[in-house]
Design a protein around this ligand. Structure first.
Ligand SMILES: Nc1ncnc2c1ncn2[C@@H]1O[C@H](COP(=O)(O)OP(=O)(O)OP(=O)(O)O)[C@@H](O)[C@H]1O
Length: 279
């Protein structure tokens, strides 16, 4: 569905994206992770045609960028990180306005809006002004808006930033439902548990380069599924093992208090980049 080959983006002397190649399949939920400045936003901006690559090849559903920009626009949906709904309009009016801008014929538009309000579980709030909706509802409305023209690929930039855990889970359910309905989803996130829960595969970027690409489970497996963790003056120290027995034997050699637990994507991230995700 999405083919990225040796993609490069330079801003003057600075290389924001440095030769990235990826292939993303239909119906996949694909996560882009990386510390601040790793190049995630620049990648998404190139894929959504907000900026042109310096070099490399990009194609979506067989269409080449930038040549086939018009066709690609019709199959992309974009949910930006910052709320950009019209706060004075109702949920339905926001969709109506967007549908008109997309030149969706009136009857089709009405039908699609009804369908989508149901889909994102906002039918009961359709006539509420956006300013009276919660953060999670606004995000769901933005997703509905991005789906109006029935895209095949949806880009979500930090979809659950600032939302509390329960609300976040509801959005995760929606994102999963969309992927089950064959939509290809590409998202960026700073929440590692979000990537772990949602994404079939993740790409970890650092300084514009791809440093890991796999399923969260596979990445943990490579690192070692069990972690021995203990405190040192500078913070926490960890060591990874492929079996609980090995981990227990090692823990037994330490004099301080240790914890044995399963590794997670956060461990992978810290090991590979040497940083916490939220740094
Ligand atoms: N318009 C621009 N002009 C110059 N440099 C830029 C521009 N946009 C991005 N950069 C640089 O490119 C690099 C990658 O930035 P980018 O915003 O893609 O990272 P990111 O992974 O999305 O970071 P964050 O998690 O903070 O959003 C950074 O060094 C950034 O300063």
């Amino acid at each position: 569905m999405i083919q990225i080959s040796n993609l490069v983006k330079k801003f003057g002397e600075r290389t924001a994206v440095d030769g990235i190649s990826l292939h993303i399949k239909q119906g996949e939920i694909f996560g882009l992770l990386g510390p601040n400045g790793a190049g995630k936003t620049t990648m998404i901006r190139m894929l959504t045609m907000l900026t042109r690559p310096t070099a490399g090849m990009l194609s979506i559903n067989g269409w080449q960028l930038p040549q086939d920009e018009q066709q690609v626009k019709q199959i992309l949906g974009i949910v930006p990180q910052h709320f950009n709904l019209d706060a004075d309009l109702t949920a339905r009016e926001n969709l109506e306005l967007h549908g008109r801008l997309q030149h969706i014929p009136r009857e089709k538009r009405r039908q699609r809006i009804l369908e989508l309000l149901e889909y994102v579980e906002l039918a009961e709030r359709a006539n509420d002004k956006v300013q009276n909706l919660s953060g999670g509802m606004k995000r769901r409305l933005m997703i509905a808006r991005a789906l109006l023209h029935k895209p095949q690929v949806l880009f979500l930039d930090e979809p659950t930033v600032g939302l509390d855990p329960q609300v976040r889970r509801r959005l995760w359910d929606l994102i999963r439902r969309m992927a089950n309905d064959k939509l290809t989803v590409m998202l960026t996130t700073h929440y590692i548990e979000e990537a772990e829960f949602l994404c079939g595969r993740v790409a970890i970027l650092e300084k514009g380069k791809l440093i890991a690409l796999n399923s969260p489970a596979e990445l943990c497996q490579r690192l070692g599924v069990y972690v021995v963790e203990w405190s040192v003056d500078e913070g926490r120290q960890t060591k990874f093992f492929h079996s609980r027995e090995e981990a227990a034997v090692f823990a037994g050699t330490l004099t301080m208090t240790t914890t044995i637990r399963r590794s997670n994507l956060e461990d992978v991230f810290v090991e590979l980049t040497g940083r916490k995700v939220a740094d």
